[in-house]
Design a protein around this ligand. Structure first.
Ligand code: 13P
Length: 249
């Protein structure tokens, strides 16, 4: 069966010393849990975090990578660079990458393929904007994001994929999808996957919810049958809050 996962996306926050302090605190406070716990520090702090967490079950993952193998791509980071420092899971498709850095479904499809070819695990993010939800297009938008970036993959890719549904209107806004809205969309995502790849694959994929998850709302969101955990932004930067969210799963 699919795993429960709680992942912290630290975005462009925390210097090296702050990262070191937070991972040390998290390692010390980590409760006994069956859930996989992951943190995604900034690129420059990944190697340090891997070292600091070498005796912990907390996995260090990357926030992004580029699809090319190597070469003249100033400012970019490759799969091999991540693997070489002990990072083997990567977030791809975050709405901030799409919105601020022009990452299209086509680019994201290439990144997903490149990561999978290197045997990395991919946490693929997607979700509708407020306008899509207001106009009732949210299911269509989510379906097309999945189709464009993932549905040309073979069935054997799916054990290496984690999905993170993050409605853009709920990210960093304090406004969370209600547990019912989350369940409705997660159920739709699983059904869409089942139609394309069969229910075996659909039922084995972890689908995380992201968008203003906090200690006060985590348990209710996580209690929904198709919500397998969370991708946490702001609240993952505070050790007590992130630990409380891990305890909620
Ligand atoms: P917040 O939890 O800050 O809303 O961010 C969610 C997110 O974007 C995680 O990737």
């Amino acid at each position: 069966m699919r795993n429960n996962i709680v992942a912290g996306n630290w975005k462009m926050n925390k210097t090296m010393s702050e990262t070191e302090a937070l991972v040390t605190e998290l390692a010390a406070m980590l409760p006994n849990t069956k859930a996989e716990v992951m943190v995604a520090p900034a690129f420059v702090n990944l190697a340090g975090a891997v070292g600091s967490l070498s005796n912990s079950t907390i996995e260090v993952i990357a926030q992004n990578m580029y699809f090319a193998e190597s070469g003249a791509y100033t400012g970019e980071i490759s799969a091999d660079m991540l693997l070489n420092i002990g990072v083997s899971t990567v977030i791809i498709g975050h709405s901030e990458r799409r919105a601020y850095f022009g990452e299209t479904d086509e680019i994201l499809a290439k990144k997903v393929r490149a990561a999978l070819q290197k045997n990395m695990r991919v946490m693929f993010c997607f979700g509708e904007e407020l306008g899509d939800r207001k106009s009732g297009n949210h299911f269509k938008v989510v379906e097309s994001q999945l189709q464009n970036a993932l549905f040309s993959l073979d069935a054997n890719a799916w054990p290496h994929l984690i999905l993170a549904y993050e409605p853009v209107w709920a990210i960093g806004t304090g406004e969370t999808a209600s547990p019912e809205q989350a369940q409705e969309m997660h159920g739709f995502i699983r059904e869409t996957l089942a139609q394309k790849y069969g229910s075996g694959i659909a039922n084995a994929v972890s689908i995380l919810y992201g968008g203003s998850v906090k200690p006060s709302n985590a348990a209710e969101i996580f209690s929904k049958p198709d919500v397998d955990g969370g991708l946490i932004g702001g609240a993952s930067l505070v050790a007590n809050d992130f630990i409380a969210i891990i305890k909620a799963i």
